[in-house]
Ligand binder design. Structure first.
Ligand code: NI
Length: 183
């Protein structure tokens, strides 16, 4: 396994749509997933998408730390989830604004509106289908990661850019921003 270099905002790989994975069971996909996991852990991230490591394929991973899940319906802590060729279906048009950071936008945080309740589907690295309903932070991190596959970074989802700021200043001034890990 190796730690991969993370692309930062401004790199074209973060702006274009990524391609579907033709064979989720291929050895190079297993290698990519292992390297992404090591990279995400090294960077203390809550999630990571393949284009963030300069690989324009539809692969994302994330986890829901106990401190982020509210315990509300479908917003429970979750271990590592890896999704190949994920799809998101919005189940509730309601959006909630919450703090996000991104490993590709280092040093900054922003308040981002996201759908509160979604269904996501994808293929796990072992080939098993994944089909889950998610709410709260679980829904937020899945939307953030899947946006990377379409060339979208969280500032592009923000509706109030006055709430984009430096991590240390946002954390100093907003109590709810304390436990936010970049994704
Ligand atoms: Ni991100």
């Amino acid at each position: 396994m190796s730690i991969l270099k993370i692309a930062r905002m401004g790199h074209p790989v973060l702006r274009r749509p990524s391609a579907a994975v033709p064979d989720p069971a291929a050895p190079e996909i297993h290698r990519l997933v292992a390297d992404m996991l090591e990279t995400m852990e090294d960077a203390n991230g809550a999630g990571l998408a393949a284009p963030q490591v300069h690989v324009p394929l539809r692969v994302v991973m994330f986890h829901v730390p106990a401190g982020r899940a509210t315990g509300a319906e479908d917003d429970l802590p979750a271990g590592l989830t890896v999704l190949i060729n994920p799809e998101i279906e919005v189940l509730d048009q309601t959006q909630d604004v919450g703090w996000e950071g991104c490993l590709s936008v280092p040093g900054l945080m922003g308040a981002v509106p996201r759908y509160t309740r979604i269904r996501y589907r994808g293929i796990a690295p072992d080939g098993a289908p994944i089909d889950r309903i998610a709410a709260g932070f679980h829904a937020r991190v899945a939307q953030h990661e899947c946006d990377h596959l379409d060339g979208i970074l969280y500032p592009m989802r923000m509706t109030d850019l006055s709430l984009l700021g430096f991590v240390e200043d946002i954390k100093k001034n907003f109590a709810e921003a304390q436990d936010v890990e970049p994704e």
